[in-house]
Write a protein that binds this ligand. Structure first.
Ligand code: ZN
Length: 377
């Protein structure tokens, strides 16, 4: 089959690789119909997320059709349409049963202390071959796959694989509640869904900061109040918009290296040499006793955080990798009932044969590359 394969930092290729097969009784194999390129994939491509293993298939978002199930998989039949959760949980351990699927004790081959297991990630996450491919092996299929109802299209379902659950989780982490003034940092596709999630979790106002006009246009279409950091000082403007108090809740949907595409790797990065991080804005801007939910990606080893300022403002900080399985079924239902249409945020459809060029355009933040879906079949 064809798959997008990681060879080295800056070297990803569309390769011919072996078809995956069922290896464990709890596995399934799916034929992929839609995949997508995520901002997280750029971290592997650039090297900001270190320790990738050569030959790993990239990608952690997919919709497909079940081809084959292992003997222990009782809920799926070949031919079922499914969406894949980006993070993998067994569904049985105490963490999964408490809803912390991204901290499953069983799924990660590196052991219970290794943390989140996800598709197409670096060595400490598995590695588990990813989903930018024609077929994929799905470990723990009973929790990692969710059946897609007939009323939901592949294009709607693909954004439920990672993006919408992550944004929803971000709003939950930030403790968004009734009437809150919410600041969303970053108007990429996760930021867009964070705006939608905050509003559906009760936000009274949503302010969004980004530096790309077309993204801010999309945010304004959701009735968010927009601030362009390339044209004005976001700290000053957000303070002004909130009567000098700051937002009650902040969702950080940017992460470590969003400002310097292709220029910095984890080896080169040193505290103090970064441009201003969105995280610094989050701490500086949050109202006293406010709360921050961090869903932007920070690699292990990143340790530059203004803890003193956060402490002295009595801030609440929550963060982590999304427990996709916890939210996906109910978000799927929101799409089915028409209260949310994710396809409004897909700006590109590409053939898998264009995947490598698509990575480049996305990395350069070319206008209109908000979210690229790969039409595999
Ligand atoms: Zn588990």
């Amino acid at each position: 089959m064809k798959a997008v394969v990681w060879h080295d930092v800056g070297d990803i290729r569309l390769d011919e690789v072996d078809d995956p097969r069922v290896q464990e009784p709890t596995d399934a194999v799916i034929r992929i119909t839609r995949s997508a390129i995520c901002g997280t994939d750029l971290h592997m491509e650039r090297g900001t997320m270190p320790d990738m293993v050569e030959g790993t298939v990239l990608g952690h978002e997919a919709v497909g059709v079940v081809e084959e199930v292992g003997s222990a998989v009782r809920g799926f039949t070949p031919g079922d349409r499914v969406v894949v959760t980006s993070t993998i949980g067994c569904g049985t351990c105490s963490y999964c049963r408490a809803g912390y699927f991204a901290q499953c004790d069983t799924a990660n081959p590196n052991g219970p202390a290794a943390g989140t297991c996800f598709f197409g990630g670096p060595r400490p996450t598995g590695p588990i071959n990813g989903l930018q491919a024609e077929f994929a092996r799905i470990p723990h299929a009973m929790t990692t796959l969710v059946r897609v109802p007939d009323g939901v299209s592949d294009d709607q379902a693909i954004l439920l694989s990672d993006i919408f659950p992550t944004a929803w989780f971000g709003a939950r982490l930030a403790e968004v509640g009734s009437g809150d003034t919410v600041l969303v940092l970053g108007a990429g596709v996760v930021g867009q869904f964070a705006i939608a999630s905050a509003k559906r979790q009760g936000a009274g106002r949503v302010i969004v900061v980004d530096g790309i006009a077309s993204r801010l246009d999309k945010a304004r279409a959701q009735n968010a109040e927009t601030v362009n950091f390339n044209e004005e000082d976001p700290v000053e403007i957000v303070r002004e918009l909130t009567g000098g108090i700051g937002p009650d809740r902040v969702i950080e949907a940017v992460g470590v290296d969003a400002e310097q595409p292709g220029e910095r790797t984890s080896e080169q990065w040193k505290p103090g040499d970064a441009p201003r991080l969105a995280l610094d804005w989050a701490v500086e801007l949050a109202a006293k006793a406010g709360s921050i939910g961090i869903i932007g990606v920070y690699p292990p080893g990143f340790d530059d955080f203004p803890i003193g300022q956060a402490m002295n403002k009595n801030l609440t900080l929550r963060m982590g990798n999304c427990n996709h399985r916890r939210y996906l079924p109910r978000l799927l239902n929101m799409v089915l009932t028409g209260s949310m249409d994710p396809t409004a945020f897909i700006t590109r459809h590409e053939k898998p044969t264009s995947a490598i060029d698509a990575y480049r355009s996305f990395d350069l933040r070319e206008d209109g590359w908000l979210k690229t879906v790969l039409d595999v079949a």
